[in-house]
Design a protein around this ligand. Sequence first.
Ligand SMILES: Nc1ncnc2c1ncn2[C@@H]1O[C@H](COP(=O)(O)OP(=O)(O)OP(=O)(O)O)[C@@H](O)[C@H]1O
Ligand SMILES: [Mg+2]
Length: 421
Amino acid sequence: MPYVLGVDVGTTRTAAAVCRLGGAGRGEPEVVGLGGPGGGVASTLQLMPDGAFAVGEPGDPRWTATGFGRRVGDSTPVVLGADGVVERFPAEELTALMVMWVADQVAAREGERPAHVVLAHPAGWGAHAKGLAHRALRALGVTASLVPEPVAAAENHAYSRSPVGALGVFSLGSHGFAAAAVGRGFELLGAVEGVDQAAGVDFDDVVFGHVRTSLGRALAELDADDPRTRGLFARLRRDCEAAKRVLSGTVETSIPVHLPSGPVDVPITRAQFEDLIRPDVEQAVSAFARVATGVEMTVLVGGSARIPLIAASVPGRVVLEAAPETSVVKGAALAARRLVIGPDAEPEPTDTSVMVRDDDPLLRFPVGGLEAPDGEFTAPPPRPPVDITPLDLPERRTVKRVVRGLVPTGGRRARDSEDGR
Ligand SMILES: Nc1ncnc2c1ncn2[C@@H]1O[C@H](COP(=O)(O)OP(=O)(O)OP(=O)(O)O)[C@@H](O)[C@H]1O
Ligand SMILES: [Mg+2]
C-alpha cells in the first residue's frame, strides 16, 4: 500500500514513522521500529575500513560520527580519524545518509518506496542550512521536503485535537531545547532554540554530580588512568541516565556504583532531582513564555518532556503524548501525507493526547510582534507523488546496518590497515 515517510534525525536517536495513503483507516502515523533504543536507531555513523558507514553502532569513537543532525549549516565538518588519517564530512551529508538509510530500511519492509519523505529539522535552520540539506539529500537520490520540528509537532497535535488557536510547542530532547508558537495553518509564528539551555544529557550530568557528591572521596580517589576506572565511569553515566528516566515514573530510585571495594547504591529521590534541575527548567520556561505568547494550548515534545517537573512548570493548558519523543516524527509523516493528498482530504481529529495541565486561561497573551523566521515548507508539494530514485545499495541481507553513499572529502582513504578492522 502506498505510504509516506517522516524522519527525525535527533542528536541521540533517529526515528521514522509512516502514514498509509490507502485502506480503510485514518492513515494514522505509525512509528517504524529501526532496531535500536526506543524503536528508533542511535544517530551514529561509524566509518568502516571499506568506506561504508555502520548505522547505529557507535564502536570506535574516533571513527564514529555523532550529533550531526544539529550541526547542519556549521562551517566546520565532522572530523573522523586516527593515527594521522583524517576524513571530513559535512553534517548535512551525514544527516542525509541517515535519511537514506532509514528510507531504504522502510522501503525494504514495505516492499515499495515511500510516496514522499519529510525530514523534520530544528526550528532554527535558515535558508542556508535547508539548502545544504536539500542538496545533500538530492545527491543521495532522496527527494524530501523539510519541515521545522515544532510544525511537525503541531501537525501531530492536530491529528488528535482540532486546533482552536495558536499552539505552543515546548521541546526538550537529549541536547536540544526549542520553544515555538505555531499558527492554525501550521505556520511558525515564532521560535527560539536554546544554545546554552540544559537538556537531557545535562540532566544526566546532574544525577552524576549527585553521585559524586554522595560518594566523595570513594569516587574522587580512583585512578583516572586505570581502564577499570574508565569502565566504571562509562557504566555509571549510563546508570545515571537510566535513574533519571526511572524518576519520571517513581519518586525514588538508586544508582548502582561498582567501586573496586565493592558495589554501593546511591539513593536519589525525585524531589532531590527536581531541586537540582529546577533552575534549568525555569530558564527554559521563561524562554518559552517569551515566544509562545497567545497560545491556546501547549504541547510538550521530546524525551525529556517526560520529566514531571516540565509539565508542572509550563504555564497554561498543557498536553503530553504517551511517547513525546515520537511526536515530531509522527508529525513529519503527517506533514508528508498532507503534502501528497492535500489538506482537504484530512480526516477529523480523534483525541489521543492527555491534558496534563489546564491552567487559568488568563495566563494567555495576545499573539503578535514576532518575526516568522522562514517557517514554511521548503519544497513544493509533490503532486502526484514523487518517484524517488532507487538507491544504489549493497545486498541488504549482509549489510543490514551499513550504508554507502558518501565519498570522503579529504585525507587518505580511511581505515584500510593497521587497526585490524
Ligand atoms: N522517562 C524519561 N524521563 C526523563 N528523560 C527521558 C525519559 N525518556 C527519555 N528521556 C530523555 O530524553 C532524551 C532523548 O529524547 P529525544 O529522543 O527526544 O532526543 P533526540 O531527538 O535524540 O535529541 P535532540 O532532539 O535533543 O536532538 C534523552 O536525554 C533521554 O534520557
Ligand atoms: Mg529530537
